[in-house]
Design a protein around this ligand. Structure first.
Ligand SMILES: Cc1ncc(COP(=O)(O)O)c(C=O)c1O
Length: 418
């Protein structure tokens, strides 16, 4: 929960690129990738980046350069991911209600299919080019920062029930298909790491029964601390607890077995910040509002998950008095509040607010709701230079794009240039 850049740097960024603006810091990103890659030294552990967290191609390039493969969850993500590796087997496609067409294309692309239902496995096995795949297990152990992102519980739509795994192997064998890996992902933003450790142990035990397996993918979910004072997820402890279990599995197993992890949030959330400008200050009697030029169309997490993002007024020093504000977005819904009851310095129109830890599940969940435009995105490179990594599209261009996609005549030109 730190500003990845100084207030001065962020203000400079706004001077150059305006608001609303996502700013990412390349050195934080490199540093976080490095910290993960240094874990489990000496063990056959590979890292994938769950690109649903943030799929800006410039950021994917940096993360790939750090030796990460990619976890993808749609055929569209597969297509995008293929641009960042020479070896398609560095890409996992963790399917979720995939269509036959998506499956056929994914098989053709050569990525690793991670299949999450018995019926999809049946369809995969019937495909003439199907050779091998991974299967996603539902471990009946779930966790996550919000009920909507818990994926490993027995009631969840994800994964194949444990008691059906044997049947999956029989099915695959009967078609000459190899199940080469097992996958589990219990949820995102894990609150109680013991659930993750339990799922890892469970998967190791499960894998013991299947000699042909080559790897286990333990998924993502590594949490970040969004609230001031919240304890950071302890990577050293994570390694200390899991390493012995992995080592003893490998000792018994021998051969070329491999483990994968596929975090998204942990890598990119703290490396990104959303900058917005206050354009309205309103006293409603019982509440004071700071109205901004962003909202849940740019950062959905507060509205969707009641998620906390720390908000700092970077135009004021911390000691300029303290008032309680709700920080409101510009979407026409009363639920469009980015922060509620926040103690902030006395703020005024024109102030810049930094919404911290917004690098993950910010821009990838952004939309054009209320027909609004998206924020621009910039990267502070290792050299200290800012580089634009997403253009700001004007309202006119945005509406024009909408008309075009709807196959409707463009009347914008005649309106703005009558
Ligand atoms: C299959 C899968 N893997 C990895 C992740 C990444 O999770 P996180 O960003 O919490 O690490 C997700 C996100 O929920 C996911 O669905």
């Amino acid at each position: 929960m730190n500003l990845p850049l100084s207030k001065e740097e962020l203000k400079n960024a706004v001077d150059q690129f305006g608001t609303p603006l996502y700013v990412y810091d390349e050195s934080s990103l490199n540093e976080r990738c490095n910290r993960l890659r240094q874990l489990f030294s000496g063990l056959p552990v590979s890292w994938l980046y769950a690109m649903k967290a943030n799929d800006n191609p410039h950021l994917l390039e940096i993360i790939s350069r750090n030796g990460f493969g990619l976890d993808t969850v749609s055929y569209e993500e597969v297509l995008l991911g293929l641009g960042f590796t020479d070896d398609p087997t560095d890409i996992f496609y963790t399917e979720n209600n995939m269509t036959d067409d998506e499956m056929n294309r994914a098989i053709e692309s050569g990525v690793v299919l991670n299949i999450g239902s018995y019926s999809r496995l049946e369809a995969f096995c019937r495909h003439p080019d199907a050779e091998s795949c991974c299967i996603r297990v539902n471990p009946a152990i779930g966790d996550g920062h919000h009920a909507k992102v818990v994926t490993g519980n027995a009631e969840s739509k994800f994964g194949i029930r444990k008691d059906l795994i044997g049947k999956c192997f029989e099915l695959a064998e009967s078609h000459g298909v190899r199940i080469e890996g097992l996958h589990v992902h219990i949820g995102s933003g894990i609150k109680d790491p013991s659930n993750m450790y339990e799922a890892i142990k469970m998967m190791l035990e499960l894998a013991n029964g299947y000699e042909a397996l080559e790897y286990i993918n333990f998924g993502g979910g590594l949490p970040v601390s969004y609230t001031p004072g919240e304890k950071e997820f302890d990577l050293a402890e994570f390694e200390k607890i899991t390493r012995p279990a992995l080592e003893s599995f490998l000792e018994k197993r021998g051969g070329n077995f491999r483990f994968y992890f596929e975090p998204g949030r942990w890598i990119i959330a703290p490396a990104g910040v959303l900058l917005t400008r206050v354009n309205t200050v309103k006293d409603q009697g019982s509440k004071s509002f700071l109205g901004t030029d962003t909202g849940f169309h740019h950062l959905l997490r507060p509205a969707l998950y009641d998620a906390y993002h720390h908000i700092t007024n970077i135009s004021k020093s911390e000691d300029q008095g303290s008032r309680k504000y709700d920080i409101a977005g510009n979407i026409c819904e009363s639920g469009d509040l980015i922060g509620v009851d926040r103690n902030m310095p006395e703020s005024e129109i024109g102030d810049l607010l930094a919404i911290l830890d917004s690098g993950a599940y910010g821009m990838t969940m952004a939309s054009h709701y209320n027909r609004r435009t998206l924020p621009a995105e910039i990267l502070k490179e290792e050299s200290g230079e800012f580089r634009k990594i997403r253009e700001r599209i004007s309202p006119e261009e945005q509406v024009r794009k909408h008309l075009k996609e709807c196959n409707y005549p463009d009347f914008i030109t005649s309106i703005i240039e009558p």
